[in-house]
Design a protein around this ligand. Structure first.
Ligand code: BG6
Ligand code: MG
Length: 220
């Protein structure tokens, strides 16, 4: 039976996937690295260094470690500047309601975000108290698509992975959920989320009753 739902943050709960993308695109232009839809899609859900390495694959020159750290900091500064004014208005439609529905059904709620800015964003949007467990990149060694982050969230919730539902907007995230042995809900378009077990256009379409059997507890 289903015991917990573990949500990704950027592009699932918060309207920030586009903000990350814009910050990377700005950095790409500054270092003359090409940027296109394919690169943007691959970067989604991947942690800061992993995303930078994808961007640098086709950069006109190679970069030393200290230069990479400076580039990461620059991108993060662009991102932090943009989210500086964020508040509850940046919650995606249906996000708060979905998390509340999970809680009302008596299930535990986790957050598995590759972003080091996740705790700050949750505070700004006023939803931090709705999560029983928050796992962000600072506590994780291996980026999505590795299952580490979803497994860590399940362990912190005290729930076996097979009793968890994961919710993600990125292909790397869906792979991470499946590698963890969980059922995956993809948010977005089927063609970007081929492996997902269920695809919803947004959390506005999330119905807890579709995943929970009221009589016998929850079923995925
Ligand atoms: C993920 C985003 O949630 O976090 C990525 O999907 C982003 O786009 C990654 O690069 C890392 O975020 P941060 O805030 O730690 O640089
Ligand atoms: Mg995401």
């Amino acid at each position: 039976p289903l015991q917990a739902v573990i949500f990704d943050l950027d592009g699932v709960i918060a309207d920030t996937a586009v903000v990350h993308r814009a910050a990377w695109e700005q950095l790409a232009a500054e270092i003359d690295a090409p940027f296109d839809e394919g690169i943007a899609a691959r970067m989604k859900g991947v942690d800061r260094r992993g995303s930078l390495e994808i961007l640098l694959e086709r950069a006109p020159r190679s970069f030393l470690e200290h230069e990479k750290r400076a580039l990461e900091e620059r991108k993060n500064a662009y991102y932090v500047e943009r989210i500086g004014q964020f508040g509850p208005e940046q919650l995606l439609p249906g996000a708060r309601e979905a998390v509340e529905a999970v809680r009302r059904a008596g299930l535990r709620v986790g957050l598995a975000s590759a972003s080091r800015n996740a705790p700050l964003l949750l505070e700004r949007m006023g939803i931090a108290p709705l999560f029983d467990v928050i796992v962000d990149a600072a506590r994780i060694a291996r980026s999505k698509p590795d299952p580490e982050i979803f497994l860590a969230a399940a362990a912190a919730l005290g729930v076996p992975p097979e009793a968890c539902l994961g919710v993600e907007d990125a292909a790397a995230g869906i792979s991470s959920i499946h590698a963890a042995g969980m059922v995956a809900i993809g948010i977005g378009q089927r063609e970007d989320l081929g492996e997902a077990d269920i695809v919803l256009p947004g959390l506005i379409a999330f119905r807890m009753a579709d995943y929970v059997d009221n009589k016998n507890g929850a079923t995925a």
